[in-house]
Design a protein around this ligand. Structure first.
Ligand SMILES: [Zn+2]
Length: 407
């Protein structure tokens, strides 16, 4: 038996007046998802535990079968894992954004840009190397990642502080969180040194001359220690792979003990290399039991508030991921059980995530007699979800249901 989880990130949405009060998933042409939903089981899954922020980290951890209450330790350690940074037991990873700050007004800090103008990896590598050369100590080390997304590794106990994600403060006053760092002598020393390195760096001089936002500050957040998760092999005997363009997902996959398949041309947007993902998924299932395929496009379109792109992202997920994978498995005469779902909603009207339980299809190639008869929509999800047993409490339950290992 082969097992698949296919995820259209952020596909879920709310009814929109411009679609005649339908959601993008209702309006989009999704013949394969609808067919699987009609013939398969259909229910809701609670991917975000009550009280947790509905991030892709928490929600996809759930979809991989882990209860966030037991295993979620923060976002940064997952990204560190995807970058090949191995954390020791006494180390904590912080996400270190290169950001653009405005400090023109005395005693006030304004965040201009959480991404320093989506600085290139080539430029940011020079800056992170300079920070490591000037600021590293036994306690602090900088690790260069992609674009504006880097990691600071802190050894030993560190002064506790409440951190905030910079993308929640675009063009806002960040003086209070900034002052929390500066109240501690050790953080103050690190951040002041970092500011001095970034202020005069030729990379920033060039960016300013070209009219781009300079990376004139670092912003630390998302901290956590290495999660200690049993792998999916240890838990269920599963050998598998994960396919995604997104570092965070790759980090989750590393921690779950999955092989990470890097697909050339996977962009994390609706122009991604769909065929490459399909080929890789079908190929790994020749030798492995399990594959997790993640497509980021619908979520990005949701954040950007782009209706047409969201519709396109959903249709592409249906027609360029789900349909050819299904066809490939059927052509090989493979027996399989397949979950098709999303990690969370990313409604266009609010451009951020919500914690709604997610509509979930479970299709078994061998059993077609207990189909839901319903199309794959949020509204139908609510319908089945309100019934006895129609909402799974967490991803752990979903994984055991997929694997038919329910107690
Ligand atoms: Zn997501």
């Amino acid at each position: 038996m082969k097992y698949l989880i296919l995820v259209g990130d952020g596909m879920g949405d709310l009814p929109l007046p411009e679609l005649g009060n339908r959601t993008p998933l209702e309006a989009a042409n999704t013949p394969t998802l609808d067919k699987l939903c009609q013939k398969g089981e259909f229910f809701l899954t609670r991917t975000v535990p009550v009280g947790y922020p509905p991030g892709s980290d928490v929600a996809n951890l759930s979809l991989l079968g882990y209860r966030p209450e037991e295993f979620y330790t923060g976002r940064a350690p997952l990204e560190a894992a995807s970058m090949g940074v191995e954390l020791a037991e006494d180390e904590t990873a912080f996400r270190c954004n290169l950001v653009t700050l405005d400090r023109e007004t005395k005693d006030r800090v304004q965040l201009i840009d959480y991404s320093a103008g989506h600085i290139t990896s080539d430029e940011s590598k020079q800056l992170i190397d300079a920070l490591e050369a000037a600021c590293a100590t036994e306690r602090f080390h900088f690790k260069a990642g992609i674009s504006y997304r880097h990691i600071l590794v802190v050894k030993g106990k560190y002064p506790a502080l409440e951190t905030v994600p910079p993308h929640d403060y675009i063009e806002q006053d960040v003086t209070p969180p900034w002052q929390r760092y500066m109240a501690d002598p050790e953080w103050q020393e690190l951040l002041s040194k970092a500011d001095a390195v970034l202020a005069d760096h030729p990379v920033n001089q060039k960016r300013v001359a070209a009219g781009s936002n300079p990376a004139n500050g670092i912003w630390l957040w998302g901290e956590g220690k290495l999660p200690s998760m049993p792998t999916l092999h240890e838990r269920f005997g599963l050998q598998g792979s994960l396919i995604s363009a997104v570092d965070l997902l790759k980090g989750l996959g590393v921690n779950a003990g999955l092989d990470i398949l890097n697909i050339p041309g996977a962009t994390g947007y609706i122009d991604t290399n769909y065929q490459g993902k399909v080929d890789a998924a079908l190929n790994c299932l020749k030798t492995q039991d399990f594959v997790f395929v993640h497509v980021e496009g619908p979520d990005e379109a949701g954040h950007q508030g782009l209706l047409q792109d969201k519709l396109q992202g959903i249709e592409d997920f249906d027609q360029k991921i789900v349909a050819p994978i299904l066809q490939g498995l059927q052509e090989r005469g493979e027996e399989f059980r397949l979950v098709a779902t999303m990690d969370h909603f990313t409604p266009l009207s609010i451009r951020t995530h919500t914690d709604n339980p997610v509509p979930t299809i479970l299709y078994d190639s061998g059993e077609q007699h207990k189909g839901s008869g319903l199309n794959f929509t949020e509204k139908n999800g609510e319908l089945v979800g309100s019934k006895e047993g129609g909402t799974l409490p967490d991803g752990d339950t979903l994984m055991k249901k997929l694997l038919q290992q329910e107690q």
